[in-house]
Design a protein around this ligand. Structure first.
Ligand SMILES: [Zn+2]
Length: 694
């Protein structure tokens, strides 16, 4: 499993990575308008009638929430992350639109053509089912389950989604210098296994809506109503079996659960119904003797299912993978039906995004490091990188001090923790070396084929890593992305250019505002190296215990405190047939630990910085002390509104807590907050018993 952890997650109903954004005429195809630059620290966003000691989130964000309803093309709206994302996307669109009209370089020609192929709805309508017919033909030729491995390889060589499981090369958890083959569970379309398995009226309704949706899609693709009903039932049966055999998201977070090195002979024994050697040969990966089988129980069950399921059912499942996986790039009738179920019913999205938005994001997903080269030149001043280097240094120093002062660690473990901290590498802005896409064929008028070419390119790029040294300079996010991540195997923190701007980071703002903004996010990413997952890896990124047993036990007691605290927070109230839903404290444990740690160490770094400049944390600017401005600036990055359906889905699948609890959970675990706002011990944001890991 890859353990890269983001600062925040944007949930998408779609299954295939490349099909993350949709593509076909939307009811609202309004012309692009430049979104505003968002102010860091905005008193107008606050609800000054609220008591910061009872509900700090309401105090810092109340007025923003009241005056910023969710736009009809969104499921969640955030003051910072999502508004900046809109702005970055607009800037990206300007670049893509110009490249599509008048390309000046081969790179611009390539991404301009890709974008143009996405905007060309006339051709998409005219071509109808044609782009997916070759894949369906391959599937129709399947005459026995023994041929399935070759068929799947053929589909993948064509760039088509095929489901059942994932296969890739990734870093060996126990030896981060090695890149090995790995298979993982995956391949059902609803957002989580709970959607198939939980026995209550809410999920039962969703399941029957999903079956209706599949019937409509198969009918649009040419099935008679009887055939469509049969196909939908078969897909539901297979996906339910896969969901049953899958490990839960919470269990997947435990690296030891997903580490099982096996020989090919052992894999054959575990899952004999699938001829693995034929599949590996077919996809053209180099030779290997052992691989990691992420979830052995899943593969055992999959093998059983392949033996018992009628051939026609397996074919329906594959047809569904192809159809569903590319529905967003197909003609409007398919797009609309897909939107109605996956976006509207499951997430509460009212309207599709305008086409230029979807096509801009799709191009960024497909050719991010091509588009990104020009984007950073336009939008990322080198001065921003220097300031970031300074901030990261201040945070590292604070984290080092924090590690020294925690009361529950022995000196030996403190030393080991400090070594790990010293080994964290920082990547800021964009890659030093860009990916070379020159071999990717892009043609106007062939959107789905273009996506296939990119998929095959990315797959081969990944396969090529087998047995090779790890490229430590590689990035997992494109430059315009408004996010950040920590990676356990690399032990590095990564900040794309897209997040290094207001309101997160503003060279003209006072230190409290920047430490509360980007500072807490840097601290968050660093703390990931020491959360319940990250702490299982050493400084070299190897899965290995580096704490003494006693210290590890104390650490677990402390993380359990955070887990049970957040499990008590409500994500969505009871509504209609849906029961009230709380957060899953173990699913969100890593992110919550990172939020708590980030808030504490960025505050320490701020104190250090102010002391160095002979400034006081109690100095007032605009009616608030520097300390208060720090906490308000932090909170305002998480101001959000969301649909009820989104909140429910996120509670099951998103390892991050919603904005309210990212703010209130963090401040109530940090005693400085209560002091700074003059709270009384025992008030909600200044509890008598708080949880603290770092
Ligand atoms: Zn995170």
């Amino acid at each position: 499993m890859k353990f890269a952890r983001f600062a925040f997650a944007v949930l998408l109903a779609s299954t295939s990575a490349i099909a993350q954004t949709a593509v076909t005429p939307a009811p609202d195809d309004s012309a692009p308008v430049a979104p505003p630059i968002i102010k860091a620290f905005d008193p107008a966003a606050m609800d000054l009638t609220a008591d910061p000691c009872s509900d700090f989130y309401q105090y810092a964000c109340g007025n923003w929430m009241k005056t910023n309803p969710i736009p009809s093309d969104q499921v969640r709206w955030m003051r910072s992350f999502l508004q900046v994302r809109e702005r970055n996307r607009y800037l990206l669109w300007q670049e893509l639109d110009a490249a599509a009209k008048d390309p000046k370089t081969p790179l611009q020609k390539q991404y301009g053509d890709f974008y143009a192929s996405c905007m060309d709805t006339d051709t998409i309508e005219k071509r109808g089912m044609a782009p997916i017919e070759p894949s369906w033909k391959m599937i129709a030729g399947l005459t026995s389950v023994q041929q399935l491995p070759e068929l799947m390889a053929d589909l993948e060589n064509h760039g088509t989604p095929d489901g059942f499981f994932g296969f890739s090369v990734s870093i060996d958890d126990k030896d981060s210098s090695k890149q090995i083959a790995e298979i993982d569970q995956g391949g059902f379309s609803l957002p989580d296994r709970d959607y198939y398995l939980v026995d209550n009226p809410h999920f039962a309704t969703i399941r029957s809506q999903y079956i209706e949706h599949m019937k409509k899609m198969f009918t649009l693709a040419g099935d008679t109503p009887d055939e469509a009903a049969k196909e939908a039932a078969a897909v539901m049966e297979i996906e339910t079996a896969m969901a049953k055999a899958s490990m839960s998201r919470t269990d997947l977070r435990q690296p030891t659960n997903t580490y099982h090195i096996m020989t090919l002979a052992e894999l054959d024994q575990l899952a004999p119904a699938f001829t693995w050697s034929a599949y590996f040969h077919g996809v053209g990966i180099g030779h290997f003797d052992t691989l990691n089988v992420g979830e052995p129980d899943y593969f055992k069950a999959l093998s059983g299912m392949l033996q018992s399921e009628p051939l026609e059912g397996l074919k329906s499942y594959l047809r569904w993978q192809v159809l569903h996986g590319q529905a967003e790039q197909m003609p409007k009738t398919f797009f609309d039906e897909n939107f109605a179920f996956f976006n509207k019913t499951l997430s509460g999205q009212d309207q599709p995004q305008a086409r230029w938005k979807r096509c801009s994001s799709l191009t960024d997903n497909a050719l991010g490091e091509a588009v990104g080269q020009d984007w950073v030149q336009q939008n990322f001043p080198p001065a921003a990188k220097d300031s970031m280097d300074k901030l990261v240094l201040a945070l590292e120093k604070a984290m080092g001090e924090d590690l020294q002062t925690v009361p529950w660690m022995s000196d030996d473990t403190k030393k080991a923790a400090e070594q790990k901290l010293a080994m964290i590498r920082n990547k800021i802005g964009y890659p030093e070396k860009w990916k070379d896409y020159s071999s990717v064929k892009v043609n106007r008028g062939e959107l789905i084929e273009n996506i296939h070419h990119v998929a095959v390119f990315e797959r081969d790029y990944n396969f090529h890593k087998l047995g090779k040294p790890v490229d430590e300079k590689e990035w997992q996010m494109t430059p315009p992305t408004v996010n950040a991540y920590y990676d356990d195997s690399f032990n590095d923190i990564n900040f794309p250019a897209g997040i290094l701007q207001p309101p997160f980071f503003d060279v003209t703002a006072d230190p409290a505002v920047n430490f509360g903004g980007i500072g807490t996010i840097i601290g968050h990413e660093m703390t990931h190296g020491f959360d319940d997952q990250g702490a299982q890896f050493d400084g070299k990124g190897n899965l290995r215990q580096w704490q003494t047993d006693t210290d590890l036990k104390a650490f677990k007691e402390r993380t359990e405190c955070v887990a049970s605290e957040y499990s008590g927070f409500q994500a969505a109230p009871a509504k209609g047939d849906a029961p009230a839903q709380n957060l899953n404290g173990h699913l969100t444990l890593g992110e919550n630990t990172a939020d708590n740690g980030g808030l504490r160490i960025a505050y320490m770094a701020l104190l250090d910085t102010l002391a160095g400049e002979h400034q006081s944390i109690d100095e007032k600017i605009g009616g608030f002390t520097e300390a208060q401005r720090y906490f308000i600036s932090f909170a305002q990055d998480w101001c959000q509104n969301h649909t009820d359906a989104y909140a429910r889905q996120a509670a099951l699948v998103d390892p991050h807590s919603p904005g309210k609890w990212r703010v209130n959970g963090s401040v109530q675990n940090f005693e400085e907050f209560g002091k700074v706002f003059g709270c009384k011990k025992g008030q909600p944001m200044y509890p008598v018993n708080a949880c603290r890991v770092w």
